[in-house]
Design a protein around this ligand. Sequence first.
Ligand code: GLC
Length: 583
Amino acid sequence: MVGLLLVTSTTPPSLPGLQMTPVHPRDRADAPWWRQAVIYQIYPRSFADSTGDGIGDLPGARAKLPYLAALGVDAVWFSPFYVSPQADAGYDVADYRDIDPLFGTLADFQDLLDDATGLGIKVIVDLVPNHSSSEHPWFTAALAAAPGSPERARYLFRDGRGEDGELPPNDWKSVFGGPGWTRVVEADGRPGQWYLHLFDVTQPDFDWTNPDVRQEFLDVIDFWVKRGVAGFRVDVAAGLVKDQTFRDWGYTHDQPGPDDERLATAKAPMWDQDGVHEIYQVWRSLLDGYGPPDRILCAEAWVHPPERAALYIRSTEFHQAFNFDFLDCPWRAADYRRVIATSLEVCDSVGAPATWVLSNHDVVRHASRFGLPVGTPRPNGIGADDPQPDAELGLRRARAAAMLMLGLGGSAYLYQGEELGLPEATALPDDLRQDPVYIRTDKRQLGRDGCRVPMPWVANAPGLGFGPSARTWLPQPDTFADLAADVQEGVAGSTLELYRTLLQIRRERELGLGGLVLVDGYGEEVLALVNTGRDDADPTLVLVNFGSDPVSLPPGATVLVASGDLSDGAVPADTAVWARLAG
Ligand code: GLC
């Protein structure tokens, strides 16, 4: 038997013949809520519709709060519902202080927030500081004003290159495809300056060296804190500050860099520049100044390597940052072992909780990703002509992956519908696609519509109960009916009941605060770890079998929950269990 190396004072039961490697200490018992919170992402236009226009809204979401309370989440994060022309589904904000009529009113938001508070659910909102909509009054003023004016200085207007300024100022590309610069027509009718948009042409980037911009976002944060929000998910958090030389880069967003397999993001002149941190330090002080309870900042920062990501979650900046390495991890035990250990190491180095996530509104749903051949790079959308994911295998793995994620210490984000096991919609008619990515890449990339399809609530209702009419802004695949919430509710073994059970056990056993010990000895294709939970005397074994041979549990282990049926007490392929080790 191998001796146990433990991070905490007492010891969990020994596992004969297995090697135990502590990888993460237990969090303190009085840790603030966000260090272990399970947060549910609501994508408003696709969650629940109250009007029958086929687009989800705030009253629709409000009506579903009891469902979320029963699921057992601690908080919800709303993707943007602000006034917006919806060129990028609301990530193009024209008024940061009001709700788009599509989604309701400020009064609707207040009602929702009050109900959520009554149910013990916190509300986090999206903050989009990298760019506004081109219909934001600041941008229309900038277009009307002259080059060099204070109005233009809030955005990144530059003169073009070439004899008549006919070439863009540099070679930066849009993340959504195509050039990152667009030329404007000046008041005299002549072609004039260019403005930078790292995303769609309707999403001009702010100039974060401008004090107006800095002050504006402090005011916007204050506006929403005063309305009672529990924090902000910060969009494109690594993009606000650009290399001030505006040098050419030579590469595009998704093209690897010259000298390494995976580009260190900071090498790109528009991502992960050191100057962003100062902005977030100011935001953090502002938020801390409101006193308890903590209002949080969660970074959407696609940053590499993980050591750079850790800078964002120092105690003076963000509380959380999505762990996209976990989201992108291939379905292999060794890869998860590496990603989990590295993530915990870098998070622990700055005292931050890990923030696990498997899906969101920007990526192919994981129930479909896991149904593609292992190691397939994550596609930007899946179409009817593409190789189709194995739905059954994908769901089986998705359920096991959820058990892995929720069995880890730290915080976790769920994307609406994953608790139903929803797959990606892979047969959307191309003419219905709305993601600007599809258009800007000349249809080479299908984009993100397939993970944004309206939720199925009631199998036998028009529009699967999405709203009071049959309308849904994107068509729901036929397979959604069998996955509707009402079909799964109360059904033992359904994905919905699995998630409910997981969240309940996680809460009872305080797995979010638990220390983690990796267990080696089950073989290369098994990932096993012990979560010490609230009590060393009653730890939880989290075991996922990525291989094909069933794996026996240690003697005396009692299964708490499993993602699939066990075979003679052993854990079969692509299945996870949580088990008590105490007698
Ligand atoms: C973030 C959002 C994405 C949006 C982009 C531009 O990546 O998650 O949906 O399109 O920023 O705002």
